[in-house]
Design a protein around this ligand. Structure first.
Ligand SMILES: [Zn+2]
Length: 216
């Protein structure tokens, strides 16, 4: 068997490998009752581009039935506050993703090759997205509505996605760093390898959920 055939065989083996668990893990620290709110209802001047509801994402297919972004209420309110604070710089927030049903995290794990799994959550532990306490977002320019260029695209699974990546243009890095400073001011922390992913403070207190959007 040549190397290419072997690589393809391994890839299909990875894709076919089911996750070992069938339901979201229960976190004993999670004491709060879910209070998911659709973020844009709190401020309709936010923008959304829910690529997981389209085929334009790393899986190549729609994994959400609806293009909506939900977060636990305190996180949603903090996103709105950050969005309003960015207005003085001429920017607003463009939301890619928030609460993610656990079954979708499981699907991401199953379709992601082993060497890229640092970029997806292990369903055995779950994702902060499953808690409604992580948000993927970027900046848009208020004047034009255009998405602001960053050192990498959203869901770029390379070193360019690191929040401290030194490449790209000075302008792109400045935009990425302004996003980070602003989100940190409102209680979020950036994911170490994804400039677009922010976790809300106290994420441990929210349970991992598997409720589809259409049931919210
Ligand atoms: Zn994320």
């Amino acid at each position: 068997m040549n190397a290419l055939a072997l690589a393809l065989l391994l890839q299909s083996a990875v894709a076919a490998e089911p996750a070992a668990v069938a339901s979201p893990p229960v976190d004993p620290r999670a004491s709060r009752a879910p209070d998911l709110v659709e973020v844009i209802t709190l401020d309709p001047s936010l923008r959304t581009d829910v690529r997981y509801a389209t085929a334009n994402n790393f899986t190549g297919r729609a994994v959400y039935a609806q293009a909506r972004v939900f977060l636990q209420r305190p996180a949603a309110e903090a996103v709105v506050a950050a969005h309003r604070a960015l207005a003085e710089h001429g920017y607003g927030l463009l939301l890619f993703d928030g609460y993610r049903p656990w079954r979708v995290t499981k699907l991401f794990w199953e379709v992601t090759p082993r060497e890229k799994r640092d970029f997806v959550a292990n369903p055995a532990r779950g994702s902060k997205h499953n808690r409604g306490c992580a948000v993927d977002l970027t900046l848009f320019e208020r004047k034009t509505g255009r998405e602001v260029a960053m050192p990498s695209a959203y869901d770029d699974f390379t070193e360019k996605a690191a929040p401290d990546y030194a490449g790209g243009t000075a302008e792109q890095r400045a935009a990425r760093d302004l996003l980070r400073r602003t989100m940190e001011r409102f209680g979020f922390s950036v994911e170490p390898n994804e400039w677009w992913h922010y976790n809300c403070a106290g994420w441990q207190e929210w349970p991992l959920l598997d409720v589809p959007f259409e049931d919210l």
